[in-house]
Design a protein around this ligand. Sequence first.
Ligand code: PEP
Ligand code: MG
Length: 606
Amino acid sequence: MNDNSSLTIRGIGAAPGIAIGKAILLERGRVPVPHYRLFGEQAVAEECKRFEEAVCEAESDLETIKKSIRSEFQEHARLLEVQQMILRDPSIYNESLRYIREERSNAQLAIIKTLRKAKELFNSLSNDEYAMSRIADVNAAGDRVIGILAGQNHTNLEHIHQRAVLVAHDLTPADAIQLQAGRTLGIVTEIGGSFSHTSIVARSLGIPAVTGVENAARLIAENDLLIVDGRTGIIIINPCDRELQFYTNLQDEIREYLKQISRHAHLTAETLDGHRVGAEANIEAVEEVVAAKDNGAEAIGLYRTEFFFMNRVELPDEESLYRDYHDLAELMAPSQVTIRTLDLGAEKLTSWCPTLEEANPALGLRSIRLCLHYKEIFKTQLRAILRASASTRNIRLMLPLISGMGEIFEAKRIFKEVQAELTQKRIAFDKDLPFGVMIEVPSAVAVADLLAREVDFFSIGTNDLIQYSIGIDRSNEHVAYLYEPLHPGVLRFIKQAVDAGHDAGIPVAVCGEMAGEPLYVPILLGLKIDSFSMNPVALPRVKNLVRRSSMKECCRFVEKIIRMRTASEIQQAVSKMVMRKFPEEFHVFDPNWIGNTTLPVMKNPG
Ligand code: PEP
Ligand code: MG
């Protein structure tokens, strides 16, 4: 490879590590839907043919997917058949053709109009789960045809067998959960920030990722050799020998460092002066328990249950939820397992849940609000969690995105209703099951003293707390520079929540990404966080730093930085401190240490 052929582009370092491999380009992201009128009979005839062919292709795609479904999920094949039937239903198929012929709409517009009509019909029938599922089927079937009409090839990520770097405009959290750590060497996306759920999943799987890479899908061609530096956000397309050598060495250094600290991953997270904190894992699927245990997790501090609801064509039933929670509790017993109730909405979408037309989905009907709205779904999940708690008694229940006391009262009322129903049916459950909330919204911080009297524990979700307190979308690459975990306002909020929790005698954890970032270990220790819950891969690094810290020193340090005025002042003080105390950690992981890495906001070539 000659030295002139390489091109360096930049994005946002979203999951640390170095990936070197060939690129696979994926068609992902919203399909643009052109609207236009057809002129002349020939144009109409051609558009009808285009529509008919797209439906045939959609049918055959569904057939292929049906054949590849594993035997334990055969019931889902039935739902794909439902989609096939929807496509041929006269109210969809004939009606779309009618729009093309009579109103001279292009095929995409015709199918969108037809789908809208069908959904209105279901909505008018009822607002229950059956109608929701049917709307979801109609959406899924329609989206498939619209994608085909736009020339999109929506590869199922489970079907990618090469070991490669995936390059896409966007990867949704539902896509990310299908990634296979061994096969996906790295991820590059054009949009997204480092605190989006896709980045979180990449970190959990230990896959280096760079997001917000402007024009990536245009600058990178299929099979280009890529170096992806997930720490700095640098991507080198077709690197020269010198660059390849440099990054291969760095990859070896990182591996060697991780190997060394992993030897101590099973020791307790106790500071030099004897202060012990919890070191727990965040997981998105029960399968991750293996990684959590391997990396020294003492408990599961956050199970993001919504991922179990994704990539499914229908709402999971109580029995499958029960089995999932029961397995998790058994695998971890006697250690604790914190099950968070559904946190769907915003970027975490599923095909069975109706897409709401919301101008600001992050401020919309998501998370606990969605659960309190669709009460039956919430009750089903609560029943499954309670039933699973019966034998091992190590489950804790946690509610996300609580914004005030009203939601706690309502959630508790429903919880008690479910408990009463189970008691009446003589179904066993843990009567002392701890009930906690996440602190993720500024209003929850403001009333944390009141919340603390109603619950058994707090867990601070810094990902959302930062988003809502600074008022920026955590997944938006354009404002990623404002996503400042060290903003004095954020640190003060964390302190306020911890103090309120401790005054009421309840423990306070952090389960946002801050807990898994080694740079923040001294700060969170100094803020007196009781346990750190993070992606499993981060545990050895964080534990290593906790074990080498002095609690007294961290408290003094926090007293000093909490009075500083800007995030960058605090960042400088933190960098100075950690680089002095933990030079090896930051030699391999901190981009500033190796020299080339301050990240100017730079436009990639168009
Ligand atoms: C958080 O917001 O910090 C959190 C842990 O929840 P999630 O990232 O799933 O929104
Ligand atoms: Mg959150």
